[in-house]
Design a protein around this ligand. Sequence first.
Ligand code: AMP
Ligand code: MG
Length: 407
Amino acid sequence: MRGFQDRMEVSRFQALVRERVPVPECGPAWVEQVPLEACAGRILAEPVRAAVNVPAFVRSSMDGYALRSEETFGAGPYNPLKFRVIGEVTPGRQFAGTVGPGEAVRIMTGAPLPDGADAVLIAENAREAGGVMEATDAVPPGKNTGRIAEDIRQGDTVLAAGRCLRPQDVGVLASIGTATVRVRRQPRVTLLITGNELLEPGQMPHGAMIVDSNSLMLEALVRRDGGAIGQTLHLPDDRGRIGDALVHAPGDVLVMTGGTSVGVEDHGPVLIAELGALLVHGVAMRPSAPTGFGWVANRPVFLLPGNPVSCLAAYDFFVGLAVRRMGGRPDAWPYRQTRLPLRDRITSQIGRVDYARVRIESGAAVLIATSGASVLSSTTQADGFVVVPQDSEGYAAGATVDIWLYD
Ligand code: AMP
Ligand code: MG
């Protein structure tokens, strides 16, 4: 067994990931066309311009009567003015005639304003009987109508490149007649889950065998960060099989868990060094010290510790950053932050980053006592985590700290 030579600072490791994993240019390899119904949450690869005005016609914004506004001047409850109702127009139809002097057309919200009319009198200010409508209010020109292009003007850029498409963006894209959208391709992440002791999820643990917690957790994290899972391979601690997967498994990024430390069964770091380049092995962080990063077969490979808490933290500190960058998403963590006083103190060591799980209880952050890297339920009991920076010895009880919230 070999010890760690020296542990890389977390911030240096993150800077290295940024340097080695640039945000891809929107070339053919990283752009795909998807149908509109599949584009929510994806990253727009190029700006979208409107080919049409929305609306393309003057529309009524209320139910009422389309008429010539100048003819309503002076109308009031004590001075009702009479109009002849010459027809009706509902959304999706065009009124065939023209509204002439003394005439009105019954109109519904969203219907095009008939020719000749320039305003809509709302139904509440009108009484109709026997084909005659009495207006009890005056309307200025344009009243209760929506002008052409009030929503979107033809030629305008509706959404900028790089936009993570919101549900309402999809609605706007539909409104301008879009059928397909060019978005960034999702980076494909392949997981190599190694360990002789592991059973696949869905099985019952028995004897000395444990069930793999990491693969499904990582798959969900990758999806959260806009990545797609290429493959999830479960492998024994077998040099040959792991080496083969490192070189031949598909994917833009490989993430290996288990066997990343300096024990006799820990093939990951040695293989990466032999097959490519091992850029990082050992990080000044607790948990997650046995994390690594390298390059094999022209793509990044991350080595994550098998201990599930370490695996989660190492993903969030390093892998997520790479996945989000490859997909054109922000570097920043997708966690909200809050600031609360600590109930207990958190101790750390200068020179090391600590990932401390906390629960929020009556307005204070409470450190989760069972904080071993193998105790994954510490992260399910927690509401969030505190990152103690490298140059800090920790925080005193009562100190106000930043908390990253899991939800
Ligand atoms: P390793 O990183 O292989 O040294 O494993 C460290 C610890 O994490 C050991 O107790 C392993 O049994 C455990 N472990 C490794 N992989 C997994 C996994 N996928 N799910 C849960 N525990 C794991
Ligand atoms: Mg192992």
